[in-house]
Design a protein around this ligand. Structure first.
Ligand code: SF4
Length: 489
């Protein structure tokens, strides 16, 4: 654990997030004289910097624990003109802290001092308020020190999102998410709610029964509203049998009015869960968009990350989906997977291009400590997972060669190389739900274990309520989950 000694613990979240962006392996913690110490590791932690908030100046002193430092115990000072306690003060502080780290390390970050997960939301909000693209770009570059390239990407995506969302019902509309928390096996990097279907087979019926109860209650809450998009994710919804899928889809169609739905997506993520029969059920029940996710087309990596399916199976699943009639198929890939080089990513892109999907979602690996991958990295001491500008460029060019343009973007904590996840799509094949969840423009009612309902209210308030992640708990406490939703909505 790395300790930042300070006379105040303000801006702790931003400080930690920025430090982790520069030093992904760090676990920074701020320690002030009045801090309550609950973790023994804090006392044993390595002091790496001292931050002093004075009345007229703020100083940051490096204590020598900075790896690859180009400075010798650097001292940085800021004389704030802004009033403490104001958003302007906080923004200026973040600039100072970020610039000091840049000087210390001799590097900059592509997204500057932005620590949030939705950089396009800033651009979109400004443009909706009538700011020009130039004004928005200047703000991102000057206020947040975002690179020229990422600024252009954020502006391009925000403009496209505005157009795509123009047909949605912001006032009276809503979207629906349904979570199926089962997968064939658990991937090494998984940070979602996912249980191996084999072990849970006997309880799937109970899960669907609880979900049906939640579906009925939610449909009542949204009577008279317009359903714009539906997304079934997880987990891997196609882990369910064809009969179970049919039961779920029929229930949804009976409970909600689908006549206004513009997009109905089902994640058929894992190739080892896809069959002709299941695809037929999806297609016949009005699903318009599916995802068949290879993550990589390199077999050794698939084996390493626990996907338990082959490259051939991905190709077969894709062809089956086309034959079943799907004209909007997305594929997900992950950049920065353990051991993967630029040549491996180039190969993956070429294989995907040969299949010809309608959309490509490019993720930059995010390592969560609690995931199996986090533990794997700890045990193996692997430094061989890394995403680079070159690799990002290979994916972006690969998408452009397929006539796709970027249409949504978000970031996660602990992302390899500090980049972003980008959704690319051909014209009119955009995943509208993906934009909605990212830009928080509309209420999304989320059903199932581990799902989070997001209420977007007319006064711009955004409030959330969570369902428990544990499947057994979800089944047992379904009435409580419904109660939470009623109170929020
Ligand atoms: S398919 Fe997705 S949800 Fe399932 S285990 Fe893998 S990463 Fe997790």
């Amino acid at each position: 654990m790395q300790i930042i000694k300070s006379n105040k613990t303000q801006f702790e979240y931003d400080i930690q997030a920025l430090l982790k962006s520069f030093y992904p392996e760090w676990e920074p913690h701020m320690l002030a004289p009045d801090s309550e110490i609950r973790d023994r590791r804090i006392l044993e932690g390595e002091p790496v910097m001292e931050l002093y908030f004075g009345e007229t100046e703020v100083t940051l002193k490096m204590l020598g624990g900075i790896p690859d430092s180009s400075q010798d115990n650097g001292l940085y000072t800021w004389y704030p003109k802004e009033m403490p306690g104001t958003p302007e003060y906080k923004n200026a502080f973040k600039r100072f802290f970020y610039v000091s780290l840049c000087k210390e390390t001799g590097t900059t970050l592509p997204w500057g001092n932005l620590t949030g997960i939705r950089p396009t939301k800033i651009a979109m909000t400004m443009m909706e308020q009538g700011k020009s693209e130039e004004e928005t770009a200047d703000f991102l570059k000057e206020m947040h020190l975002v690179s020229e390239e990422k600024t252009a990407l954020a502006i391009e995506i925000a403009g496209r999102e505005q157009k795509i969302l123009s047909t949605l019902h912001y006032e009276n509309g809503y979207s629906l998410y349904v979570g199926i928390p089962f997968c064939p096996t658990t991937c090494l990097y998984c940070s979602f709610t996912s249980y191996p279907i084999g072990a849970w087979k006997k309880r799937v019926g109970d899960y669907l029964a609880a979900l049906e109860k939640e579906i009925d209650a939610t449909a009542l809450l949204f009577q008279g509203k317009i359903l714009d998009t539906v997304y079934i994710g997880g987990g891997t919804p196609t882990s369910l049998s064809a009969a179970e899928l049919e039961r779920l889809l029929k229930k949804l169609r009976d409970a909600f009015d689908f006549s206004t739905v513009q997009e109905f997506t089902v994640e058929a993520g894992r190739a080892d869960s896809i069959t002709e029969e299941k695809l037929k059920v999806l297609f016949e029940n009005g699903v318009t968009r599916i995802s068949v996710n290879p993550q990589t087309m390199k077999q050794e990596t698939l084996d390493l990350i626990g996907r338990r399916h082959t490259v051939e199976q991905v190709k077969e699943a894709f062809h089956l989906a086309r034959r079943a009639g799907f004209t909007n198929i997305n594929m997900d890939i992950i950049l920065g997977l353990p051991g993967e080089t630029a040549a491996d990513v180039r190969h993956t892109i070429e294989e995907i291009q040969a299949l010809g999907p309608d959309a490509l979602t490019v993720h930059s690996l995010a390592v969560k400590r609690a995931s199996k991958l986090g533990r794997w990295i700890e045990e193996n001491g692997a430094t061989a997972y890394n995403n680079t500008e070159e690799i990002m460029e290979i994916a972006a060019k690969g998408a452009a060669d397929m006539d796709m343009t970027p249409y949504y973007l978000y970031r996660q904590k602990n992302m390899s190389g500090n980049f972003e996840n980008v959704g690319y799509s051909m014209r009119d094949k955009y995943g509208i739900y993906n934009i909605l969840i990212n830009e928080e423009k509309q209420t999304i009612a989320a059903l199932g274990a581990g799902s989070i309902t997001k209420g977007v209210f007319p006064d711009d308030r955004i409030e959330r309520c969570e369902n428990v992640k544990d499947v057994a708990q979800y089944i047992e406490r379904i009435d409580e989950m419904i109660g939470r939703k009623r109170r929020l909505l």
